[in-house]
Design a protein around this ligand. Structure first.
Ligand code: ADE
Length: 226
């Protein structure tokens, strides 16, 4: 999978893909993330990429020209399956969306800043608008990093044990059950007996019950409409 990201603060995206599972995905050639500085397509030698909003009001708006030039130049190399804009008024990101995006080959992510991007870019180029939650970030970079991580780990071969993504929280609308590791007793807190029983059928049943209980307690909304 190839993901291109257009940003005005590319430094924000240097670390998230350079470690752990995202690094492994890159090393294995399964995920390539390329970050482009929007200033490369600035309208003048001063690096201008934004301007005042028509109609007034505080805050700058990212201009059409740099964004459209960037989109067209990058699309010419390889057409994008999706051009995604990160914005608090986008559709709330969730696991089904991550699953869907994990099937794409080539995507372009656009990170907004300031007051946002000229609406005409949204109207004519953007295929999907994503929000990572009902709060306002300073820019789309952290949202893009969240989506790359959630999608990247679903690419077959990225996780060592592929089944582990299948049992993630949310994959079946249930939160994940509690987990324990050694020692069996810490202070006087003991690991549930069933997990030490070696009886895999009972363990699976216990995990399902715990997942259901946890979901009922913490996120009953996930169980609605089932
Ligand atoms: N840009 C600013 N806030 C955002 C959010 N909540 N989700 C996605 N992109 C954003």
């Amino acid at each position: 999978m190839n993901i291109h990201i257009i940003s005005v603060v590319p430094e924000l995206l240097e670390s998230p893909f350079a470690h752990s599972i995202m690094k492994r995905a890159a090393d294995k050639g399964l995920l390539q993330v390329t970050v482009h500085h929007l200033r490369k397509w600035a309208i003048n030698e001063y690096g201008t990429i934004d301007d005042y909003a028509f109609g007034g009001g505080a805050g700058m708006v990212m201009m059409c020209e740099p964004l459209v030039k960037a989109i067209e130049e990058l699309s010419a190399a390889a057409p994008f399956d999706e051009i995604i804009f990160f914005t608090p008024d986008g559709k709330r990101f969730d696991q089904p969306t991550a699953n869907e995006l994990s099937l794409k080959e080539n995507m372009l992510f656009i990170c907004g800043h300031y007051k946002g991007i000229d609406q005409r870019v949204r109207d004519h180029f953007i295929t999907r608008e994503i929000s990572i939650g009902d709060y306002v970030l300073s820019g789309g970079e952290l949202a893009a990093a969240v989506v790359v991580d959630a999608v990247g780990r679903l690419i077959p071969g990225v996780l060592n044990d592929e089944t582990s993504a299948l049992f993630d929280s949310f994959q079946d609308n249930l939160l994940a059950p509690p987990v324990y590791t050694r020692p069996e007793v810490f202070r006087d807190w003991k690991v549930p007996d069933v997990l030490l029983s070696g009886d895999h059928k009972r363990i699976e049943e216990w995990r399902y019950e715990q997942a259901l209980k946890r979901t009922q307690e913490k996120r009953p909304d996930l169980l609605e409409g089932e």
